[in-house]
Design a protein around this ligand. Sequence first.
Ligand code: SAH
Length: 200
Amino acid sequence: MEGRIDPRVIQAMSRVPRECFVPEELRAVAYEDRPLPIGCGQTISAPHMVAIMCEILDLREGMTVLEVGTGQGYHAAVMAELVGPSGHVYTIERIPELAEQARKNLQKVGAANITVVLGDGSRGLAEHAPYDRISVAASAPEIPPPLKEQLKPGGKLVIPVGSALQELMLVVRVNGYHEERRMGVIFVPLLGEHGFKARD
Ligand code: SAH
């Protein structure tokens, strides 16, 4: 795996202590390459998945990024390392407890270029659009139109799509939108206006 991942991504991940983004009782297994429960029925993605998504997005210094589905903030922290202090990551989470915990975790590790927003990220985050890159950490029934519209020209969006069978999709905004399937994945559902219908 490591040989196929951009060394910049590996380096960014090595700078973010994953143990600070999992519940205390799971600290001992924080560096295993597996997803872990983070409360509220949600999960932190496996490190290899974070690496693959960062690699696909080709994050560069100075970029403005939107993440949909903050969880406890790990993936956002890795992307913030990759865009550096001249870039910014806006990350949106719909569950208040997780957004709050993510803010605490990010403060603890000293990540300054990240803003955690509470809300329905299936609509994107129009206030800070357009984005160079958008990373979605929950699976959508189809690619939400607002996310495509909030990409800059040349911008890239990575998003899992589907329910029982999910595909990780890359969308590139060039002469319209170019969509391509990258791999089969398993994510929690994206809920909300352009996601699946929430039961709560
Ligand atoms: N990015 C995280 C993974 C979080 S799991 C990581 O560091 O690994 C996906 C998250 O998406 C969950 O916390 C879930 O609550 C959130 N989510 C689901 N639908 C959402 C929506 N419409 N808007 C914002 N967050 C959403």
